[in-house]
Design a protein around this ligand. Structure first.
Ligand code: IVH
Length: 689
């Protein structure tokens, strides 16, 4: 029998280390250890918590992901409304704001904080007794949605804060999706025929408002905290700048590009600097926010309407331009998708010349009514692929032509539409927006499948780029991704290739060798099964634990997983039915690639996990929000209305109509005393008593 005290100590130690490295990695962007070392710590903690569930706490780093999907979000009342900001679009408008402020205060003796206006969505995070208890959207400013479970998956949000933090406080910040995450998400959605997110803000909002937190967890969301909402029980610093420093010291991620500015001229310079440098940022910003630094002056200035007088958003000029859409070209993707792209008359947007832009799919082109010959608005959202926003209809001459993909790829010699690369037949599966080349051996596809297999989110084999993969195919060294693991027997051949020396070949071979131990989810994603993005791959791995189990799964088995519909199920079945693909799996197995993984620790280890509470009437022991916080801290969820999913209705004095509804549905009803007892027992279980 292991010594429980020793185990508890080790668990605490691991948590402390993991929290520290999380903080280095996600908050400071400056990791001290490798991913593998981090994973090892996390694995050990998960194993211990699985063995000793009595030691699981809600702020353990293992408890970020794993809450069950909800049917709808609860409502959170903001104790202090979340305001929006007035805008300035020019230097004149900024100066006008400054003059008004000076006039109202009767002095120009104050400074400013300049911050980047990150384009995401505003959230309010509440901490009670050191624990993150509630996270809410802005909503209408007075009431937002309870998205606590989703926000818990964001690694840069601390689940707990140091003991000397105020006993109850709220911070506010902007949740955002970095540019590369946004583009990747849209690429995947385009491929799945899902509507695209127009900008990173919508993508962040869509991700955070997922009913299934496991999906949120897969999106690389991040946050910058930009103000303290309120703090109870502790004095706070007298200026905004010092408050931000204080929040940093509590472990919050504050934008390192914020500046304390001494004059309105410095504000103007700060703005200009970021007009020039915004493209270098990994996230989208649409302006700077200028705030009066002294909190006492902020209070004197107050609000007007929904906007504070003490701050203003000084916007950037847009990075859009207009040009002519000369033609629409077609490229062939890894799953055989025919991808339309815009061929443009070259145009300079924000200092970069654009010749081509993404068009996603035919439906999207039709929805936006983009025609060949149109003058179009192009937009550079980040430094990746520019996109066509839409046509300028007023500039139409009547000569513009609608785009029809099947006409574009029509091959007169064959008398039918054909793949522009291999001449293969074109198909459009029922209910899908994409067209595909049906030739499984299309060289464009095979090569792109290989490039996908080795890419970062997949098997992450460095050193195989576009040109090497083309050579490997051309030389017949590789016909499918599994062949990579047999290249070590063909070292001489590799050495004879152009640009390949002893050193680069041995680096390549060891990169290939190392990839054999990648997690199952990555391997599933790497196979390039149609409609299986990283998120779905993760879900499949955690359901099946082995590639062979997945390959043999029935349609019913697949469809019984909540996020898997018929389209994905059929795609998986079709993939593994294909003899060529079964052969790849056989070859991977023989080469020693890891095809399974141990079952992960059950996430639902908190005593009230999976239990939904609804409260009605007034409780004598504590206010309702506190009751809700206690429930959540023990893993339970709360809802504002009784439904079939409700586990308990907690009844206080003067209950409302919910009681009748619960009686009608046969929901278990708890009076206050019973409720307190339940909380007490759950707390004991959690603490391992
Ligand atoms: S301060 C009372 N600071 O911009 C002041 N807002 O229209 C309220 N935003 O909804 C906001 N970066 O989501 C502030 N550094 C920053 C910000 C920021 C982005 C967003 C915020 C708000 C919107 C204002």
């Amino acid at each position: 029998m292991a010594d429980l005290e020793e185990i508890k100590k080790r668990i605490d130690e691991l948590r402390e280390q993991i929290n520290y490295h999380n903080y280095r990695y996600y908050v400071l962007d400056s990791p001290e250890i490798s991913d593998a070392e981090y994973d090892a710590l996390m694995r050990e903690l998960k194993q211990l918590e699985e063995q000793y569930p009595q030691f699981v706490t809600p702020d353990s780093p293992t408890q970020r992901v794993g809450a069950a999907p909800v049917e709808a979000f609860g409502v959170v009342e903001h104790p202090l409304p979340l305001l929006s900001l007035g805008n300035a679009f020019s230097k004149e408008e900024l100066l006008a704001w400054h003059s008004r402020t000076v006039k109202l205060l009767g002095t120009s003796d104050f400074d400013f904080v300049g911050e980047l206006k990150v384009d995401g969505l505003a959230v309010a995070l509440t901490y009670v007794d050191g624990l993150f208890t509630t996270g809410a959207t802005r909503g209408d400013g007075f009431r937002g949605e309870d998205i606590t479970q989703n926000l818990r998956t964001i690694r840069s949000i601390p689940l707990s804060v140091p003991k000397d933090a105020p006993p109850r406080f709220e911070v506010r910040g902007e949740v955002f999706l970095p540019k590369d995450g946004f583009h990747k998400l849209n690429r995947e959605r385009a491929e799945e025929g899902l509507p695209l997110f127009a900008n990173p803000r919508n993508a962040a909002a869509g991700s955070v408002r997922q009913l299934d937190p496991r999906i949120t967890a897969k999106r690389p969301l991040d946050i910058y905290i930009y103000m303290l909402g309120y703090a109870e029980g502790k004095p706070i610093p007298p200026t905004h700048w010092e408050t931000l420093e204080y929040l940093k010291s509590l472990g919050f991620k504050v934008n390192p590009n914020n500046r304390l500015l001494k004059s309105i001229e410095e504000v103007e310079e700060y703005h200009q600097t970021w007009v020039e440098r915004r493209e270098n940022l990994q996230y989208e910003v649409d302006g700077v926010v200028v705030k009066v630094n002294q909190l006492e002056l902020q209070a004197r200035l107050g609000d007007v309407g929904h906007e504070p007088r003490w701050a203003i958003a000084y916007k950037f000029p847009a990075t859009q331009g207009t040009t002519r859409l000369v033609d629409i070209g077609i490229s062939v993707g890894r799953t055989g998708t025919l991808n339309p792209y815009a061929i443009l008359e070259p145009v300079t947007v924000g200092g970069v010349t654009i010749r081509q832009a993404a068009l996603h799919n035919e439906d999207d082109i039709r929805r936006k009514d983009i025609r060949i010959g149109d003058t179009v608005i192009v937009q550079r959202a980040g430094e990746v692929i520019p996109e066509v926003v839409g046509p300028v209809k007023s500039k139409r001459t009547g000569q513009e032509k609608e785009f029809k993909l099947l006409e574009k790829v029509f091959d007169p010699s064959k008398g039918r539409p054909a793949c522009p690369v291999c001449g293969g037949e074109i198909i459009q599966p029922e209910g899908e927006v994409m067209y595909y080349c049906s030739n499984a051996t299309c060289p464009a596809q095979a090569q792109q499948r290989l490039e996908h297999f080795v890419s970062r989110g997949a098997m992450d084999i460095r050193g195989i780029g576009e040109s090497l993969s083309a050579t490997l195919f051309a030389q017949g060294l590789v016909r499918d991704p599994a062949d990579l693991y047999y290249l070590k027997d063909k070292k001489d051949k590799l050495l004879s290739l152009e640009k390949m020396a002893e050193k680069s070949v041995s680096n390549l071979l060891s990169a290939i060798e190392n990839s054999k131990e990648r997690p199952l989810a990555r391997l599933i994603f790497a196979l390039g099964i149609r409609h299986i993005g990283e998120e779905t791959a993760e879900i499949l791995a955690s359901e099946f634990h082995s590639l062979e189990a997945l390959a043999n799964a029935s349609r019913e088995q697949l469809m019984s997983i909540p996020t898997i519909g018929p389209k994905i199920a059929d795609s998986i079945i079709a993939f593994f039915r294909e003899e060529a693909n079964r052969n790849i799996i056989r070859k991977l197995k023989e080469a020693g690639v890891r095809l399974e993984e141990e079952a992960a620790a059950k996430p639902e280890t908190l005593p009230l996990s999976g239990k939904e509470f609804v409260l009605t009437g007034t409780l004598a022991s504590f206010p309702r929000h506190e009751a809700e916080e206690r429930i959540k801290a023990l893993g339970g969820s709360t809802s504002s209305s009784v439904s079939k999913k409700t586990t308990y209705l907690v009844v206080g004095a003067d209950p409302g109509s919910k009681l009748a509804k619960a009686q009608q549905l046969g929901t278990k009803i708890l009076n206050e005393e019973e409720f307190l007892k339940l909380l007490e027992e759950a707390t004991k279980t959690r603490n391992g008593a």
